[in-house]
Ligand binder design. Structure first.
Ligand SMILES: [Mn+2]
Length: 376
């Protein structure tokens, strides 16, 4: 049995004013071409199909065309919602998508969670939002990660007896290395599911959510994030992009990472003000989209410099950020994003107002954070 595992398409993603749909389209062409040449039995799509809860028409057309091209190859597709997808939107296209052999699991459900194909059973865990996972459990007092773990145990019990068993899930597993584009609040430790929760009942765990390709080393089975299909924003600059071909046979599965060619690689440059002009030629010859940090020594000439860069690089220049002594860049963005949002806010409050965050403000902040989390 051969499976393709892809994740985090984020159709409708923009970078500044630039649509990334051409980048996605270019990546999906490669998935279709690979499927044509390798004839898998099934494609697993591990969530975040759309970047926004209400996808624009162009993004819908791109995704639906992808479905139809896979159908033309006689492929079955199993797809789950990610945290960027709207449960209700995914539900609204569920029945129609079935005509294209695309089987959508729009929200976590104990009743509708298993997809079967011959000897294979796929247990589906769409992004478990706190609201849904709490109401899906009899023991609402447990913490989020425990509830998700319990849900996975339930899913494992539902696939027993099948020859091949897969878990398809959109969630954050503790210890995985992430970039900054997964939506900050969903990747904090409160939401981290332990690798040990990924039951060894499953032959393979197809994960979505974290955008960097990786195997979960401490999991009791073969568990992979395949990551986003193209570099979504500058925190992913330099990252290689992949999807997996998984061969299930007796014994251990064989996993092959298939590298995706990028239409517009993202690049970050960090320049001193006085070297900008001398390096213009180099910047001009770069392909893809650019972000340029300029370390400013003389603020008065900065506007002219910006004009110059924009004129030379056109729309490939997505962002210019100036760095002065007053505003220091964050030295290690990864380190910073590992902090809990509440900790970051507390730190901000201390720096900005010189005192600790008052209790009522903390309460209000957590309330808002929860609303953002649940996409209200
Ligand atoms: Mn994502």
């Amino acid at each position: 049995m051969r499976l393709l595992h892809i994740a985090d398409l984020h159709a409708g993603k923009t970078l500044g004013k630039v649509s990334r749909n051409p980048d996605l389209s270019y990546a999906l062409d490669q998935v279709v071409q690979f499927a044509k040449e390798n004839s898998p039995d099934l494609v697993l799509v591990a969530g975040d199909v759309f970047d926004k809860a209400n996808p624009d028409n162009e993004s819908k057309e791109l995704v639906f065309d992808f479905f139809l091209r896979l159908k033309d190859l006689d492929l079955e597709v199993v797809l789950i919602s990610g945290n960027h997808d709207s449960y209700d939107f995914m539900r609204s296209i569920k029945k129609l998508s079935k005509l294209a052999n695309v089987h959508i699991y729009d929200r976590p459900s104990r009743e509708e969670c298993i997809y079967s194909l011959g000897d294979l059973k796929v247990a589906c865990l769409p992004y478990p939002s706190e609201r849904v996972i709490t109401s899906a459990s009899e023991e609402a007092k447990k913490n989020y990660a425990d509830l998700v773990s319990q849900f996975i145990t339930y899913l494992a019990s539902q696939v027993r007896g099948a020859r091949y068993k897969i878990l398809l899930a959109h969630l954050f597993v503790a210890g995985s290395r992430y970039t900054r584009t997964e939506k900050e609040a969903t990747i904090t430790q409160h939401y981290a599911v332990q690798p040990s929760s990924l039951s060894d009942v499953f032959d393979y765990v197809a994960l979505g959510h974290v955008h960097r390709y990786q195997r979960i080393e401490n999991a009791p089975t073969y568990a992979y994030y395949t990551g986003s299909l193209y570099q979504l924003d500058f925190s992913e600059a330099g990252d290689g992009k992949f999807f997996n071909l998984v061969l299930l046979e007796e014994g251990t599965p064989k996993v092959e990472a298939v590298k995706v060619d990028l239409k517009n690689p993202l690049k970050v440059f960090d320049l001193r003000q006085n070297e900008v002009l001398s390096r213009l030629e180099e910047l001009r010859s770069e392909e893809g989209y650019l972000k340029v940090f300029v370390r400013v020594e003389d603020k008065t000439s900065f506007p002219l410099l910006v004009d110059n860069l924009r004129e030379e690089l056109g729309e490939r220049l997505i962002k210019i950020e100036l760095i002065t002594d007053q505003v220091k860049p964050i030295a290690d963005p990864e380190l910073h994003s590992k902090l809990d949002p509440l900790d970051l806010y507390r730190e901000y409050h201390r720096t900005a107002y010189g005192k600790d965050l008052p209790e009522d403000l903390e309460k209000k902040f957590l309330e808002l954070l929860r609303k953002v989390e649940e996409g209200v």
